[in-house]
Design a binder for this molecule. Structure first.
Ligand SMILES: CC(C)(COP(=O)(O)OP(=O)(O)OC[C@H]1O[C@@H](n2cnc3c(N)ncnc32)[C@H](O)[C@@H]1OP(=O)(O)O)[C@@H](O)C(=O)NCCC(=O)NCCS
Length: 154
């Protein structure tokens, strides 16, 4: 698998992975509104410190199979809008994607990587737990679990 920067040409495909408002909420909580458009998703890139990434097969690098963004703020990075193409779920590509972004966060000099998960999103929770993320004591938002991983540990 390869990780590359998201291009404007990728946006429509990623939007097509989100069939309804419920799926949008799992993907992005309240950061995006239904109906999702490519320009709405693309505009999130304008946030300071943020870069957007796609995972693709080496044999087909133009076609994304996963997506997430990474935001650096001080010594912490945040990962958001993690998604795997519906037809490619079940291959643990979510782990492959987050692992690569964890390395990017380390390269950016972050000492921890944070993320938010909607309660009950079992595939996402299993993915993050398997990579070593732990649940933080308190979340600022009801129904949303805050998770973190220490990037300074060996
Ligand atoms: C979260 C997501 C990226 C994970 O995709 P994936 O890498 O294909 O995940 P997998 O299907 O390989 O499953 C990961 C783990 O969850 C488990 N799992 C998957 N679906 C499950 C279900 N319905 N019930 C229980 N466990 C489930 C798998 O068994 C696997 O666990 P294991 O590694 O302990 O065996 C994907 O489900 C997705 O795109 N979801 C929609 C968007 C979303 O929710 N994003 C998360 C934002 S925080």
């Amino acid at each position: 698998m390869i990780l590359r920067r998201r291009e404007p040409a990728d946006l429509a495909r990623i939007v097509g992975w989100i069939p309804d408002g419920e799926a949008l909420y799992l993907f992005a909580a309240s950061s995006l509104d239904w109906p999702l458009t490519a320009s709405q998703l693309g505009a999130l890139d304008e946030i300071e410190g943020r870069t957007a990434w796609v995972l693709a097969d080496e044999s087909n690098p133009d076609v994304p199979v996963g997506h997430a963004d990474l935001t650096i703020s001080g010594d912490a990075c945040r990962i958001g809008r993690v998604i795997v193409a519906p037809e490619r779920r079940g291959e643990r590509l979510g782990s492959a994607l987050v692992l690569r972004l964890l390395e990017k966060a380390r390269d950016l000099g972050a000492s921890r990587l944070d993320l938010l998960v909607i309660e009950g999103n079992v595939p996402a929770l299993r993915t993050y737990h398997s990579l070593g993320f732990t649940e933080r004591q308190q979340s600022d938002y009801p129904g949303i679990i805050a998770m973190t991983i220490d990037l300074t540990a060996a």
